[in-house]
Design a protein around this ligand. Structure first.
Ligand SMILES: NC(=O)c1ccc[n+]([C@@H]2O[C@H](COP(=O)([O-])OP(=O)(O)OC[C@H]3O[C@@H](n4cnc5c(N)ncnc54)[C@H](OP(=O)(O)O)[C@@H]3O)[C@@H](O)[C@H]2O)c1
Length: 273
């Protein structure tokens, strides 16, 4: 196993790479090229969603790769519209077809749509039992959503994909998830560039010949948080995977912890109606 394919064991025993490529806003050939480039540089986890409108581009990159399917970890998500229509099975099947796959490794509820997400979870349970998904999880769930879910289901989500980065540590939610066997996956782990020029991160990175972004990614990895930075530029794709040959000490970890300002790039769940 190379370092880029280091994994975290999910609560059902499935191994998920700690580092992956996100492809939100990578459209047309960009998604295909970014995924192909990432796979060449050791990435094995790709994070897409039906609402990103690029599952077909991801699928083309997967089908042109010679990497065995079982070495890949492909995540996609069910969007809010399908939840409201109660069309989860149909949405899932269409995602599979666009991706050109017979199964996905992780299927997530993209947002906890009020009045819908419990029923959506029931359908994800059925998909999981049918063997077409290796793990099921959630995204943008807060503690209250996770608590409600635990009252109606025996399956604990394998993953909660939430916004985490040095400017938004979400420490209470991260602790809750990790204490309950739910792996945390950080979306927007670069805060879309917002911490790139933070002096603390620049300085810490400099100690190790790394950038502020690499220091930020490393901070999450050392907390056992999976990261899915989005990049289409090959130099970004490569730089984001070059985070395994240094280790932040406790003082540096705490200095980055202190940068939290609850800054979010995405709206909180209650605003996603
Ligand atoms: N579940 C959810 O609700 C949710 C919400 C948001 C995001 N996500 C997932 O998380 C992924 C990542 O989040 P994100 O797309 O919001 O943003 P992000 O990963 O925080 O930032 C992406 C931006 O940073 C740039 N970048 C990448 N690597 C860089 C580097 N080494 N140096 C400088 N700039 C760099 C990218 O540029 P280039 O593309 O030009 O290389 C892009 O503009 C998404 O793609 C998606 O898969 C999920």
């Amino acid at each position: 196993m190379t370092e880029t394919t280091k994994t975290i064991r999910l609560n059902n025993g499935v191994e998920m790479p700690l580092l992956g490529l996100g492809v939100y806003k990578a459209l047309g050939n960009d998604a295909q090229q970014a995924v192909s480039c990432a796979l060449e540089h050791g990435y094995r986890l790709i994070d897409t969603a039906s609402v990103y409108k690029n599952e077909d581009g991801v699928g083309r990159a997967l089908s042109s790769s010679s990497i065995p399917r079982e070495e890949l970890f492909i995540t996609t998500k069910v969007w809010n519209t399908a939840q409201r229509l109660g069309d989860i099975e149909g949405a899932f099947q269409r995602s599979l077809e666009r991706l050109g796959l017979s199964y996905v490794d992780l299927y997530l509820i993209h947002w906890p749509v009020p009045g819908c997400y419990l029923e959506t979870w029931r359908t994800l349970e059925r998909l999981y039992h049918s063997g077409r998904v290796r793990a099921i999880g959630v995204s943008n769930f807060e503690i209250r959503h996770l608590e409600t879910l635990s009252q109606i289901s025996d399956i604990t989500p394998a993953v909660n994909q939430i916004e985490v980065h040095p400017l938004c540590s979400h420490s209470e939610l991260v602790s809750y998830c990790q204490e309950h066997g739910i792996a945390v996956q950080a979306y927007s782990p670069l805060a879309r560039g917002a911490y790139r020029n933070k002096e603390v991160l620049l300085q810490i990175g400099r100690q190790y010949g790394k950038s502020s972004i690499q220091a930020g990614l490393r901070w999450m990895l050392q907390k056992n948080i999976s990261v899915i930075p989005k990049a289409v530029q090959p130099e970004h794709i490569m730089a984001n995977a070059d985070v395994w040959d240094f280790e932040l000490n406790d003082i540096e970890m705490q200095a980055i912890d202190a940068l939290n300002e609850n800054y979010r790039t995405s709206d909180p769940p209650e605003d996603m109606q």
